[in-house]
Design a protein around this ligand. Structure first.
Ligand code: SF4
Length: 494
């Protein structure tokens, strides 16, 4: 169903949750634009507001109904406005959403995001809410049109769903069993993106290193990494998230031997206590986890490793928590997403005995964060004096005294703020800088740029902004702000 240009309706997609949802929202935007909708400008209330929800966070339901309530007056004022709710919470609450918020026009699930434009049109014609929630995936979502947020970096799904049953996680219930894309499809998408100027891809899956289980090739993920290494013009390959139980040495070898695969690994730990890992139904133990880290470091001594950790899982004792601190000390993570356990309805852990008092969880959480901050800072200090290649990020620069600083990511994904001289790089360009200072969560390079390499990704960014020359672009560069933070990883409790 296509909206004609004269009557073009505006849309806004509001995204909650992990990287998988961020990428799904790129598809929702692509679908709507394909159907003739145009993005609403900042501050304008869109004709169509889409909530792409996350069911994982505590009180996600309350937040959604609060947000829907806020939109109700706008909808009363403009009856042509439409509200759609999709994502994990829609899949979980099913028809309940239109019962609790009858001013919602469309509810769609995680398996049928491709139906959104048709459902909006049907709701308009029928004058009543349309609810479509499929139980399993019919079309792999990567075949849908996508409006990429970035001109230089892109997510590429290799799989959706998960065959594990971690007791704190709602994902298997809402995203279904793992479905793998064929390697040829993945590589075609990667090549197309590179042709459009993209320099960096992140291969995305709930459990990337079980990739291939569906088509019977246990080594498929390592092979896919090596195949990405043959794509001309692709400078950086990352992936998220691997599961420690399924992590095989061929993936480490592929990372170490494929020049464009970055020496960066995000591998969820969740707990360092074997007893808690068992209760979480995570089928690896601390020794295995540490063994993978040690082999990654042997193969790539410069690798930056990050993780997810849950504190205060039901029944966690002080001894269990100490075991987590021990693994954190030994692992020397570059950074960690740390979460306080809270009950997520619908998960097995929600009804486990021995739920811990909030203050116990909070106190342990503070100790863990303090330890990790200390390690992150010490690890970052080791970078001072090193020369790094940085992919300049979208977002805004920062002006301290007379120095304009921009930001970007090093190969190991560390955030770097660097000083800019006469020539201003564009998002998507590559700069080489020397690190002069380290903070716990970022590096600073205040000297002159060692080099600036203008890229096709930078050209593509400039074309999107309506600039034609690098000189013109520097005039458009904002001066205050920060690049957008990374969303949580896919296989994480938040
Ligand atoms: S935490 Fe990750 S591995 Fe475990 S069930 Fe959820 S998505 Fe799967």
């Amino acid at each position: 169903m296509t909206v004609t240009q004269e009557s073009a309706r505006t849309y806004e997609v509001r995204t909650y949750g992990c990287q998988m949802n961020v990428h799904d929202s790129e598809r929702l935007s692509g679908l709507l634009e394909d159907a003739g909708y145009v993005a609403a400008t900042d501050g304008e209330t869109a004709d169509v507001v889409v909530f792409n929800t996350c069911a994982v966070r505590e009180n996600a339901d309350n937040r959604l109904y609060g947000n829907l309530g806020h939109l109700r007056p706008a909808k009363v004022k403009n009856p042509d406005m439409q509200i759609a709710v999709g994502g994990c919470l829609a899949q979980k609450d099913q028809g309940e959403i239109v019962r609790k918020a009858p001013w919602v026009d469309v509810v769609f699930g995680t398996h049928n995001i491709g139906s959104l434009p048709v459902l909006l049109e049907r709701a308009r014609i029928a004058g009543e809410a349309q609810v479509e929630l499929k139980e399993s995936l019919e079309v792999f979502p990567s075949t849908l049109p996508t409006k990429r947020e970035s001109a230089y970096a892109a997510w590429v799904s290799v799989s959706v769903g998960c065959n594990n049953t971690c007791t704190f996680c709602i994902v298997p219930a809402l995203r279904g069993k793992e479905k793998d894309r064929r390697p040829g499809d993945v590589l075609n998408e990667v090549r197309t993106l590179v042709d459009q100027g993209v320099l960096e891809v992140t291969l995305l899956g709930q459990n990337v290193n079980t990739y291939g289980v569906e088509f019977g090739d246990r080594l498929a993920f390592g092979k896919l990494l090596r195949a990405c290494g043959t794509v001309e013009g692709l400078e950086r390959v990352r992936f998220t998230s691997p599961h420690p139980a399924a992590f095989t040495d061929d993936v480490i070898a592929a990372m170490a031997e494929t020049p464009n695969v970055m020496h960066q690994l995000h591998m969820p730990l969740q707990s360092g206590s074997d007893r808690v890992l068992k209760a979480m139904r995570r089928s690896y133990r601390a020794e295995r986890y540490l063994g993978i880290i040690s082999r990654v470091r042997d193969a790539m001594p410069d690798a930056a490793i990050s993780t997810d950790i849950i504190v205060g899982f039901p029944g966690e004792t002080e001894e269990d928590f100490q075991a987590t601190l021990d693994v954190v000390r030994e692992s020397r993570f570059a950074n960690a997403f740390t979460f306080q356990y809270s009950i997520r309805p619908g998960t097995p852990a929600a009804t486990m005995p021995d739920q811990l008092p909030k203050e116990v969880v909070q106190e342990r959480y503070e100790r863990l964060v303090a330890l990790q901050e200390e390690i992150s800072w010490a690890e970052n200090k080791k970078q001072v004096g090193r020369t790094l290649e940085v992919l300049v990020a979208e977002g805004e620069g920062r002006k301290d005294a007379a120095t304009l600083r921009l930001s970007g990511r090093a190969g190991d994904n560390r955030l770097v703020h660097f000083a800019v001289g006469d020539e201003t790089p564009r998002p998507g360009d590559m700069v080489t800088v020397e690190v002069t200072y380290a903070a716990p969560h970022h590096l600073v390079a205040d000297g002159a740029l060692r080099s600036l390499r203008r890229t096709r990704a930078g050209d593509a960014w400039a074309a999107r902004q309506g600039f034609s020359t690098p000189k013109g672009i520097s005039l458009g560069m904002p001066t205050i702000g920060r690049p957008a933070p990374l969303p949580p990883a896919v296989c994480s409790p938040s």
